[in-house]
Write a protein that binds this ligand. Sequence first.
Ligand code: ADP
Ligand code: ZN
Length: 723
Amino acid sequence: MNLEKAQSALQHYFGYTSFRPMQQEVVKSLYQGKDVLLLMPTGGGKSICFQIPAITMEGVGVVVSPLIALMQDQVNNLKSNGINATFLNSTQTATEQRLVEEGIYDGKYDLVYVSPEKVVSQDFSALLSRIKVCLFAIDEAHCISSWGHDFRPEYAQLKFLKQHYPQIPIIACTATADQVTRRDIIAQLQLPSPNVFVASFDRPNLRLEVRSGTRRFEQIVNFLVEHPNQSGIIYCLSRKSTETVANKLIEKGFSAAAYHAGMSAQERHRVQTAFTKDETPIICATIAFGMGIDKSNVRWVIHYNMPKNIEGFYQEIGRSGRDGAAANTLLFYSLNDVMTWREIIENSEQREIWLAKLSRMQQYATSMFCRRKVLLSYFNEDWRSNCGNCDVCDNPPNYFDGTVIAQKALSAIYRAKEQIGINLLIDVLRGSKRKEIFEQQLHEIKTYGAGADLSFEEWRYYLEQMLEQGYIDIAHDDKNKVKLTKLSHDVLFQQVKVQLVKMRTAQERKEMEKEKASKEAAAVRHRVRDDLFEYLRNLRRQLAQLEGMPPYLIFSDATLEEMAAMKPITEADMKAVAGVGALKWQKYGLQFLDAVKQYCKENNITPPERRSAPKPSSAETIDRISTFQMTYQLLKEGLSLEEIAEQRNLKVGTITGHLLKLKNEGKDIDFSPFVSPDIQQKIIDILPTLPSPPSQKDIFLALNEEVPYYKIMLTLAIKALQE
Ligand code: ADP
Ligand code: ZN
């Protein structure tokens, strides 16, 4: 097999011009029949690595995946790109499964997604022995390791694949990076000498930001106002707070919902579907949310509380920006959350490990250095330069020599015999008249009042920094008293210097916020989240509604951004946009071309100079006639809606959309033949029982989902015309 074939399949089906560096290497290995272990972060592009070989090699690619809830989505996604894919799992009836199996025998599919239970079953073994398989892909391969958190017993049986089919290459994929798991996967699957690929865990499109956890809700509202029309997840610690936050957001007029394990499966499913379809763009969830969701246009993730370790945090923020377009992550940090976690961990089995992990998380949250450095160093990646896409890089801290400040504090702690907590310590330093001070004779120590020049807030800020740098410690097991450390002695007695970060005044902070807001606004413009992007997004939403599917299955946000930037007006230009493959072009290309042209015309914009000289091909001619015109022509030829849809390879709902637009433009079209009078009546009759104005969805549900959307649309249009 040669890579050219892979390359052209990538372009044809997915609309991408090139592989990411590691993808190409993986594809090459599989073509050569080598086993592969692939470690890549979520969103890194693992799927393409086995999908392209499966499509281009002879035989079917069998993908084992534990995420049953996701299979349908994954398969739909592949189908929307014109790829023959299917799935087999226990959610299907016996008859459905038999049908799929027959299709596999007949060689109808390039890819089959199978649950672990199914793969290890008797009947699947029988099937395997009679078909040609080109590769096995083991997705979420860390489930094989009992070290990991998602151990699945069936995965441990997967060694039979290599034993029975030594010639068929296996690719094991995971986003979990640690060494133990890595070794375990190779051993359990009995891969003799796999090619191991470890991708960088960096996700450069994710902006990293941490803010203090005071007045979180207010900060969230401001954030949402600054990021309108975007979809995101707010992670909370408790079920109760998911509900409180969601309700408060709804009160403020945002479209939000809560999601947690205490809700019924049905309710969770409903919330999740509304989220993927962008109907409820904001979800307040416990960590359970996101596992089974393949939504590429999550634009931000907010942590209302600090997670207990970096693995979890990274997985959660990793759910944003999977399409590669810019995304924001925002973590609220408060010492209270740290205390809560400490209490929870206190009684757990592997207390030491959990505490160490918690402290790494805290280190990220309080870092005075580029946050990406902290994050990637956790995953053992050596990251030298500052990332330029985190809050610390944006506002580098202002260091100063804080030795004198530190000495005053340490001396007070020393003289108070390490018997006081942080607040009392600050009061001593500031010379407070609090009665405990006199009761404990703390006013007699030498440093009493020596730090009166600093505010309580400043002292707290500097002491926390000293804590983070190890100059003091807090005895959590002794009423949180402040203790000295080895480093404290170095400062007190060895003239070791202490660097601190200057606290900004309220005025400075205000100015920073202002500057940041304007920078962000500029960056947003720069990223072509402009009016044209919104225009295209709107079109995408309408099409998605008509077809009853999630918008990102039509085009991803990244694809729309590129379209908005390139303003394609010819077929060749449109096809050059990443994410516009052959089938997507066929189904939606003309509509989006029209939208771009329309937008440019309305706004007097000359599209940028084209890279490709316009060729007068037949496609080009079609391109000049709009997609609406084509529908209109077929309509005039007397075809029914279904026939037009069939001929144009579009959904009936889409064709209906064309009719409405044509009618709007003054074309003479009679809608009544398309909906029988009694259905029209049925729809009209239900209207008074619904909230006004009723949405198409309300009507659809009220009629027991029996009347298709397009008939509802047409009836409403007929009614509107009569009024
Ligand atoms: P993972 O399975 O590792 O989480 P995916 O396979 O879902 O990642 O890919 C993440 C996103 O990146 C998807 O939107 C995918 O279409 C896109 N992508 C993958 N490979 C490429 C590529 N070579 N060029 C452009 N986009 C790509
Ligand atoms: Zn940075």
